[in-house]
Write a protein that binds this ligand. Structure first.
Ligand code: DAH
Length: 337
């Protein structure tokens, strides 16, 4: 009987100094395992005098259950302590200042493109789109620029195949839209265009906004009125606008539109090359040849069209003299807008 108490005392001492789950596991093996102390004692049961055996057996069983219970209790104590220290080490100090993330911003080209679209939408224009990978037919042929026409030299084209190119302007959307819809028409077509060209004022990809109005009695004065309103809303209401005769195969007559230099106010500076004027877009009355190509009756309908470069307008608006800045993704540049 005495050894039962000795075992218990020894066990309790060892339990007290067990600090980890591994220590407990060792204790379990030592006392309850197949070759453990209790198991060994129980094996001796048959050697004990028959009259003492039931009492001894009962006490041994109680000791076994006692040890199991103590180990379990200590196990859950250790698990709780581990959980508490994990929570403590992962705690967040909510009194610390947060990390500042600089918010994103619209790219200046996107901002100006949106402004241009908003101005024309306020004048009742719809928006149309067309593919950037375009057929030679829509980019040139249907716009009255035949295969060997010298006007093709004006635009350095990226060829995909003989008949497929990257569109060099948004004008093909004029043709695609007129093929699909009947007059009256009043729409703009914003989008990316591509030219094999790169210097301070050219990037291989840039943006244009095309505009078209077609109806029974559209005149050059309608064109002048719409573009003057556009310039006044885009720049300022005192910005002078001037139309200069020009040539585009898809318009007749054609014009280039200048605005009074917004940097020098017309006196002449480096940006306007001393002329006091800045070219902002091309325009004209839709050539009857283009109407014939899309199956409109040129005797019945007239119309005007225009096309502008978004990068160019943005450069003028913000006095930027190198177009490549837009696409270098230098955050110091972009953050200024
Ligand atoms: N497509 C011309 C270009 O990229 C711009 C242009 C000029 C468009 C006159 C027009 C227009 O619609 O009427 O240079």
């Amino acid at each position: 009987m005495a050894d039962i108490n000795d075992i218990k005392t020894a066990f309790l001492q060892e339990l007290a100094s067990a600090g980890t789950a591994a220590d407990l596991q060792q204790l379990k093996v030592k006392y309850l395992g197949k070759k453990g102390i209790l198991t060994a004692k129980l094996k001796l049961l048959p050697t004990i005098p028959a009259e003492e055996r039931p009492v001894y057996g009962k006490l041994m069983n109680e000791l076994k259950m006692f040890i199991e219970g103590e180990i379990e209790g200590k196990e859950s104590e250790i698990r709780d302590a581990e959980r508490r220290s994990k929570i403590a080490s992962e705690a967040i100090d909510i009194t610390l200042p947060g990390k500042y993330t600089k918010p994103g911003k619209m790219h200046p080209i996107s901002t100006v493109l949106k402004e241009i679209i908003d101005i024309f939408v306020s004048m009742g224009f719809d928006t149309e789109v067309g593919p950037e990978v375009e057929l030679d037919y829509y980019n040139f042929e249907a716009l009255n620029i035949p295969k060997d026409h010298p006007a093709r030299d004006m635009q350095d084209t990226f060829y995909i195949s003989d008949d497929v190119i990257l569109r060099t302007h948004t004008s093909p959307v004029q043709v695609r839209t007129m093929e699909r819809k009947k007059p009256p028409l009043r729409f703009i077509a914003p989008g990316k265009v591509y030219r094999c060209d790169a210097d301070v004022s050219h990037t291989p990809m840039f943006h244009q906004v095309e505009g078209v109005v077609v109806d029974a009695d559209i005149s050059f004065s309608d064109l002048k009125g719409v573009l003057e309103i556009f310039v006044h809303l885009m720049f300022s209401k005192d910005t002078p606008v001037r139309f200069r005769p020009s040539f585009f195969p898809f318009t007749e007559p054609s014009a280039e539109v200048d605005i009074g230099c917004i940097l020098c106010g017309g006196a002449g500076c480096r940006v306007c090359k001393g002329t006091g004027w800045l070219e902002v877009l091309g325009a004209g009355m839709v050539n009857p040849r283009v109407f014939e190509m899309v199956g409109y009756d040129p005797e019945r309908y007239t119309g005007f069209a225009f096309g502008m470069g978004v990068e160019r307008i943005t450069m003028l608006k913000y006095s930027i003299d190198d177009i490549r800045m837009y696409y270098e993704n230098d955050i110091r540049f972009l953050r200024q807008f």
